[in-house]
Design a protein around this ligand. Structure first.
Ligand SMILES: NC(=O)c1ccc[n+]([C@@H]2O[C@H](COP(=O)([O-])OP(=O)(O)OC[C@H]3O[C@@H](n4cnc5c(N)ncnc54)[C@H](OP(=O)(O)O)[C@@H]3O)[C@@H](O)[C@H]2O)c1
Ligand SMILES: *[C@@H]1O[C@H](CO)[C@@H](O)[C@H](O)[C@H]1NC(C)=O
Ligand SMILES: *[C@@H]1O[C@H](CO)[C@@H](O)[C@H](O)[C@H]1NC(C)=O
Length: 318
C-alpha cells in the first residue's frame, strides 16, 4: 500500500515538474520599451494573439487589434487596455478570409496611422470550408490573406525600418506538403473533411507560412525589414475546439494539463517581435524563444518561389 502511494506521489510530482519546466517553456523577460512604435497583431481578440497584444501594449507600443468581428474586437480592446494599463490600443476590422476586407483594412491603416514597426501575422483557423473568394479556408486565411496584407504594408514597413514581420506558424508544418496540382485546380491545399484531412490541410497551410518567411527574407535583403516565423507551443486555446480530438474526459483532463496557457503561448512571438540583435536570423524559424533548424522541405527555394508567384496571381498582385 505505502509503495503504491509512493509511486503515485512520484508520478504526480514528476508530472507537475515536467509541466512547470518543460511545457511552460522560456519566459521572455527583456525590459526593452516600445514607445513610439506601432504594431499590428492579427486575430488578437482571443488566444495567444490577445496575450501578445497585452505584452506589447505593456511595453509602450501602439497596438492595432486587427480582428474580423467588431463586437469581439471591441470587447478585446477594453480588455487589452485594462490589462496593459495603456490607452494606445486601437481596433480595426480585418477579415483575412476576404481579399476585399484585407485591401480595405490596409487602406484605412495606411491613411490613419503614420508608422508600422512590427506586423504580427497571428490569426489562424483550423476548419475546412471556402472563403468568399473561393479559396480553401485554411489556405485563404492562414496564408493568402496574410500574404496580401504583408505585401500591401511592405512599403510602410520599409520606410519605418528597422522593422519586422512575424508569422505564427506551427510545428505541424513538419507534416505539411504543398500539392500544387490541387492549388491550381481548386485553389485549396487539399480537400476533404475527415479529422486527418483537416489536420493535413492545416499542416500544409503552416508549411506555407514557413516557406514564405524563407522567400520573404530573400526578397527583403538590402532593406531594413527582417522576418521570422515560429511555433508558439501547444496551447490551450479555441483553435481546435471544433475538431474535438479527444473525447474521453480523463484523457481530456490529462492533455489539458500538459498544454501551455495563452500567456506562456505568447512568449516566442514576443521574443521575435522585440529581442534586439536577432536581425541576422531573418527568415528563420523559432520555438521556445530559440532559433531552430527546419527540415529541407521548409527551406526549399524552388517551392517557396513557386508558391510566392502562385499567391501573387491568386490575390491579384501579379
Ligand atoms: N493553439 C495551439 O496549440 C497552436 C499551436 C501552433 C500554432 N498555433 C497558431 O497560433 C495562432 C493563434 O492561434 P490560437 O491558438 O490563439 O487560436 P484561437 O484562440 O482560435 O485564435 C485565433 C484568432 O484568429 C482569428 N481569426 C480566425 N479567422 C480569421 C479571419 N478570417 N480573419 C481575421 N481573424 C481571424 C480568430 O478570430 P475569431 O474570434 O473571430 O474567430 C482569433 O482571434 C494561429 O496561427 C495558430 O495556427 C496555435
Ligand atoms: C524551453 O526552454 C526551457 C529553458 O531553457 C527548458 O527548461 C524547457 O525544457 C524547454 N522546453 C521545451 C519544450 O523545449
Ligand atoms: C507570413 O506568411 C504569409 C502567408 O504565408 C506570407 O505571405 C508572408 O510573407 C509571411 N511573412 C513572414 C515574415 O514570414
Amino acid at each position: 500500500m505505502s509503495t503504491l502511494l509512493l509511486v503515485v506521489g512520484v508520478v504526480v510530482g514528476a508530472a507537475y515538474i515536467y509541466r512547470d519546466v518543460v511545457v511552460k517553456g522560456k519566459r521572455y523577460t527583456s525590459k526593452v520599451k516600445l514607445h513610439g512604435k506601432t504594431v499590428i497583431v492579427t486575430g488578437s481578440n482571443k488566444g495567444i494573439g490577445k496575450t501578445t497584444a497585452i505584452g506589447l501594449a505593456k511595453r509602450g507600443a501602439r497596438v492595432i487589434l486587427a480582428c474580423r468581428n467588431k463586437q469581439r474586437g471591441e470587447a478585446a480592446l477594453m480588455e487589452v487596455k485594462r490589462e496593459s494599463g495603456s490607452n494606445q490600443v486601437v481596433f480595426m476590422q480585418l477579415d483575412l478570409g476576404s481579399l476585399k476586407s484585407v485591401r480595405s483594412f490596409a487602406e484605412t491603416f495606411l491613411k490613419t496611422e503614420p508608422r508600422l514597426d512590427i506586423l504580427i501575422n497571428n490569426a489562424g483557423i483550423y476548419l475546412q470550408g471556402w472563403t468568399e473568394d473561393g479559396l480553401g479556408m485554411m489556405f485563404g486565411v492562414n496564408h493568402i490573406g496574410h500574404f496580401l496584407l504583408t505585401n500591401l504594408l511592405l512599403d510602410r514597413l520599409k520606410e519605418c525600418g528597422p522593422s519586422r514581420v512575424i508569422n505564427v506558424s506551427s510545428a505541424a508544418h513538419n507534416m505539411g506538403k504543398i500539392d500544387f496540382d490541387c492549388l491550381n485546380t481548386h485553389k485549396a491545399l487539399g480537400l476533404g473533411t475527415s479529422g486527418m484531412e483537416v489536420l493535413q490541410v492545416y499542416s500544409d497551410s503552416k508549411l506555407c507560412n514557413v516557406l514564405f518567411t524563407h522567400e520573404l527574407a530573400q526578397r527583403l535583403q538590402g532593406t531594413k525589414v527582417t522576418c521570422y516565423c515560429l511555433h508558439p507551443g501547444v496551447i490551450k486555446t479555441e483553435l481546435t475546439r471544433k475538431a474535438n480530438f479527444v473525447k474521453d474526459p480523463l484523457l481530456k483532463f490529462l492533455t489539458a494539463f500538459f498544454l501551455k496557457n495563452t500567456i506562456q503561448g505568447s512568449q516566442t512571438t514576443l521574443h521575435c517581435a522585440i529581442q534586439e540583435g536577432i536581425e541576422p536570423l531573418s527568415g528563420r524559424y523559432f520555438s521556445n524563444c530559440t532559433v531552430r533548424e527546419v527540415c529541407a522541405k521548409a527551406k526549399d527555394d524552388t517551392a517557396a518561389k513557386k508558391l510566392w508567384e502562385l499567391s501573387e496571381r491568386l490575390c491579384g498582385l501579379a
